[in-house]
Design a protein. Structure first.
Length: 293
């Protein structure tokens, strides 16, 4: 089986594979639930990814992949490439919107387990405090640690924290992380495909995806947009650093000139001042002419 050199965090590729193949999506989702020790799902039905804008603030939620299992569990699966410091709050916001599906004549017992799974191409949490590549948050009592409800699960998978060692020793979640990671070699991916049928099917689906001209174009546009975005950010950072350095140098020069002026007014000689200043001799001479007692 041929393994293609693709960015599997590409939005166009991700949606094509996982929204058109529920068995592949089910394998990925259940790999997270297995690892956390929470209830697995037996099937998934994809539903509308748009949450209507509320009239009070007009904020609209756009979800990557949204599905519902036969028992009513709602799952929002997202990938994120660009680092967002507010990712935790964003995920909780989406979770709350999805959880709030009660109709006026329904009881609270009708509320369903709602899960968000975020696959991140960056570290959201400080590695020293959160060393694991997987974090799961719920609603707990701050004193006792007892869980209020099992309806809330917010999963974060941080790819940079995942390091593949031996493929044969991996669990299903780790094999899926290896699938998404850019650090995984072709040889390792081939071995993983032999162990995980759903990932093997994902590779076959990739081949079909790239053979379609429209799909390939969408993939390339996503890659170009991401490269352009990174270039814009890097340019903005470089400009900000340059401006900060320039401003700092100007500030230092102004402070140095103030010191030299004070020395001139105290009667220090030109030679003595030049021994203790970084200003040019021409500038010191100018300051002497302007400030000589």
């Amino acid at each position: 089986m041929r393994i293609l050199n693709l960015n599997r965090m590409n939005d166009a590729l991700f949606k094509n594979i996982f929204m058109q193949n529920s068995d592949i999506t089910l394998s990925l989702i259940n790999s997270v639930f297995e690892f956390q020790g929470t209830a697995l799902i037996t099937d998934i039905e994809f539903i509308d990814r748009n949450l209507d804008a509320e009239e009070d603030d007009g904020k609209e939620s756009r979800l990557d992949l949204l599905g519902r299992s036969p028992d009513g569990t709602v799952i929002n699966l997202e990938i994120q490439v660009a680092k967002q410091e507010y990712m935790g709050r964003r995920s909780f916001y989406y979770w709350s919107r999805l959880y709030n599906e009660l109709k006026s004549d329904e009881e609270y017992t009708e509320l369903k387990r709602t899960v968000t799974i975020n696959i991140l191409d960056f570290n959201l949490f400080e590695k020293k405090k959160y060393p694991s590549y997987h974090s799961c948050f719920g609603i707990y009592d701050l004193k006792t640690g007892n869980q209020l409800t099992t309806d809330c699960e917010l999963h974060f998978l941080e790819l940079p924290k995942w390091h593949l060692k031996r493929v044969k020793e991996t669990n299903r979640l780790e094999r899926w992380l290896s699938y998404f990671s850019k650090k995984t070699t072709v040889a390792e991916l081939e071995e993983i495909a032999m162990l995980e049928p759903a990932i093997q099917k994902a590779f076959r689906t990739e081949t079909i995806f790239t053979q379609d001209e429209i799909n390939r174009r969408r993939y390339e546009l996503r890659e170009k947009n991401q490269r352009d975005r990174i270039a814009q950010i890097n340019y903005a950072v470089k400009q900000a650093v340059t401006q900060a350095v320039t401003e700092e140098r100007e500030k230092y020069a102004q402070e140095e000139e103030k010191r030299v002026v004070s020395w001139i007014k105290k009667g220090k000689s030109f030679e003595d001042i030049m021994d203790f200043t970084s200003l040019t001799s021409e500038r010191v001479q100018q300051l002497f002419a302007e400030n000589r007692p």
